[in-house]
Each structure stands twice: as structure tokens, then as C-alpha cells.
Design a protein around this ligand. Structure first.
Ligand code: NDP
Length: 337
């Protein structure tokens, strides 16, 4: 069976990462795209080999030949588009952050559950074989009780993406909603643990507009007592990303851990020596995300990151923003959870 996809948003991420998967995977077909500009939709469809361009969301959602939608518009549009897609009976894979408030993200989950459609959050890093190996090693006790983690996610925002992320707070711009959500999700996934409290500081180092952060550091307390440190930036050009977990009996550290590429090397230190960990072949993170979502649509398992995973990462990032604004430590709370 083929899952036929409608793309909501003529975005960069769809063109650069997701369409190669929609075109390249068996059982998967990109059928249509909609944009707020019909001209852009037509141009985008032609450039990306998508058969149909729609002028409006209602038209795309009324297309009976679309089974699932991938939403990659700016963040303030995700809620209404998800709820409309669910009402039309389409399965929904939505980009992060799911929404701008936890209540909205919960409403999106409810709408999809009530409609009986699959709902996923496109947290790509869970699809990394390296992060899955870290999760297995931590869970199996390879480093003993985990005490601390560090996430190095300071990057340079490429000039082609220096648009709404650094100018439009109302679109969910700013480094915390853009990058910290991935840290929160990856930590939850790798540690099999949930954050309970966040303290953060943010800064504007000149790239983002007034009142917006382009740099952030946070400390998260997890329910096990583990402390995690995150560093996110749009402004750091001369370093690489990384991820570390430190336990009572050993440490895991990996390079290139927070990128879009299927990349990185993982090391385990224990008993006074360090060795490279074999985790098999890297796989394209976005291909795996689409493959698992396709399977979920066909009733075989769950998306790599569920809608509730998207609620958790959003709640954590919003706690970081509130902490930076208030100077207080903020609990991570999700109504009803
Ligand atoms: P883009 O800026 O490329 O696209 C966002 C929207 O901007 C599009 O939907 C489009 O609106 C509009 N747009 C795009 N190009 C133009 C243009 N030339 N002129 C006017 N408007 C334009 O954003 P990204 O692809 O970087 O991000 C989209 C979403 O994906 C966000 O939610 C982001 O957080 C997420 N994302 C996730 C990543 C991941 O790895 N999971 C990585 C990168 C982004 P319209 O559709 O109406 O034409």
C-alpha cells in the first residue's frame, strides 16, 4: 500500500530533507503541496516533482487521494492546520515546535485521537542509530546510574534560513523554540526520563531581532535526579555539536550528535579507558522518520516521535523561556499528565 502525502508549506525543510524521503521510499508518494501563494506552490511543485499544487488548505484537505499531510509552515500555523487535517481524516506529521503553547499542542493531540488518525512530531534526532544506541546503553546499565548529560547544540544559522526565525517572535522564532525542543526530546529519548524543572539564560548576540534570543543555555533536572546542560545558538560558527551522558560507572560521549546528517562517532569510557562503540550503519534520519510514520499510517507501530513527545519538548522549551524571562527556575508541567 502507498501512503499519498500532501505537503502543507512550501518550505526549505520539505525540499531539502523530506521530499527526498517522500520520493525515495517505497510505499510513499508526494501528491500535492499547498502554499499561501498559489504561484509559489506551482513553482515549488514543479521544482520538486510534486504532481499537484493547491491554492488553499481546504482544497488540499478535500483531495481524496491524500492520506497523510506533512506540516512545515511557520510554527504559529501548525495548530489550526493540524486540527483541520485531522477533521478531514488525514494523518498528520507535524514539524516542531508543535505549537506556541502547551494547551494548543494538547488540543492537536486530542483532535488527532478523536479523528483516529496518526499524529507525529518530526523530531529527527530520535531516528539516529547513534542516539538509539545511547538509549540502549543507558537503559542496559552500561554506564551505571546516569547522573548528568550535556548537549552541545550551538550552530550557525545558514543565511538562507535567517528569516522568520530571527525576526518574527509571533511565528515562534528565537533559538529556544527552534533548537532547544530538539535537545529536550533527545534527552528524554536517550535517557528514558522526563524533565521536571528548567533554569535558563538567553542572550541576543546580534543576529536575532529585538526581544528575541539567538543564544541560550539551560540546566534541566530530570525525574531521576539527573542534571542536564544544554547550549543552543544561531551564532556559533567554529565548533561542532555533541552529546554526553555521565553515569556512576562510565561516560558516553559522541560527536556530530545534533545535526541533520546521519553522522557521528560514539565513545564509551569506563574503567580508565575509552573505546569507540559500534552501532552499525548510519541511516538518513528523515528517511527513517517518514518510513516509521508511513508504517504507523498502515497500522504498524508508532511514529518515531509521537504527538505527546512534541508536547513534552514544547513544554520544556517554554519553561526555559519563562525561566530566562523571570529569573526563576520553572517546573515542566503538562496539564493532565
Ligand atoms: P521556511 O522559511 O523554508 O518555510 C516556512 C514557510 O515560509 C513556508 O511554509 C512558506 O510559506 C514560507 N516561505 C518559504 N519560502 C518563501 C519565500 N521565498 N517567500 C515567502 N515565503 C516563503 O522554513 P523551514 O523549512 O526552515 O521551517 C519550517 C518548519 O520546519 C518550522 O516549523 C521549523 O521549526 C521546522 N524545521 C524542522 C527541522 C527538523 O529537522 N525537524 C529543520 C528545519 C525546520 P507558504 O507555505 O505559505 O508558501
Amino acid at each position: 500500500m502507498t501512503v499519498r502525502w500532501g505537503l502543507i508549506g512550501a518550505s526549505d525543510i520539505a525540499a531539502t530533507r523530506m521530499l527526498p524521503a517522500f520520493h525515495g521510499l517505497d510505499g510513499c508518494e508526494p501528491r500535492a503541496v499547498v502554499s499561501s501563494s498559489f504561484e509559489r506552490a506551482q513553482d515549488y511543485a514543479q521544482r520538486n516533482d510534486i504532481p499537484v499544487a493547491y491554492a488553499g488548505l481546504d482544497e488540499l484537505l478535500a483531495d481524496p487521494d491524500i492520506d497523510a499531510v506533512y506540516i512545515s509552515t511557520t510554527n504559529e500555523q501548525h495548530r489550526d492546520q493540524t486540527i483541520a487535517a485531522a477533521a478531514a481524516g488525514k494523518h498528520v506529521l507535524c514539524e516542531k515546535p508543535l505549537a506556541l503553547t502547551v494547551e494548543d499542542a494538547l488540543a492537536m493531540n486530542r483532535a488527532c485521537a478523536e479523528a483516529g488518525v496518526a499524529f507525529g512530531t518530526n523530531h529527527h534526532l530520535r531516528n539516529s542509530v547513534m542516539h538509539r544506541k545511547i538509549r540502549d546503553l543507558v537503559a542496559s546499565g552500561a554506564i551505571g546510574r546516569p547522573l548528568a548529560a550535556r548537549v552541545f547544540h550551538a550552530v550557525y544559522l545558514p543565511p538562507r534560513l535567517q528569516g522568520w526565525r530571527i525576526t518574527r517572535k509571533g511565528a515562534g522564532g528565537g533559538v529556544v523554540l527552534d533548537i532547544n525542543v530538539h535537545d529536550a526530546d533527545t534527552l528524554r529519548f536517550d535517557l528514558t526520563d522526563d524533565p521536571v524543572e528548567v533554569t535558563a539564560l538567553t542572550a541576543n548576540h546580534g543576529m536575532a531581532g529585538d526581544g528575541m534570543a539567538d543564544s541560550a543555555m539551560a540546566v534541566l533536572r530530570f525525574s531521576s535526579g539527573l542534571l542536564a546542560q544544554t547550549h543552543d545558538a544561531f551564532t556559533v560558527q567554529h565548533t561542532r555539536t555533541g552529546f554526553e551522558v555521565h553515569g556512576e560507572d562510565g561516560s558516553l560521549r559522541c560527536t556530530e550528535a545534533m545535526t541533520q546528517e546521519p553522522d557521528g562517532v560514539l565513545y564509551l569510557s569506563a574503567g580508565g579507558s575509552e573505546r569507540e562503540v559500534d552501532f552499525g550503519e548510519h541511516e538518513d534520519l528523515y528517511f527513517r522518520s517518514v518510513r516509521l510514520f508511513n508504517d504507523a499510517v498502515l497500522g504498524r507501530g508508532e511514529p518515531a516521535a509521537t504527538g505527546m513527545d512534541g508536547v513534552w519538548s514544547l513544554a520544556t522549551a517554554l519553561a526555559a523561556i519563562e525561566s530566562a524571562e523571570s529569573g526563576r527556575s520553572i517546573p515542566v508541567t503538562i496539564p493532565g499528565v
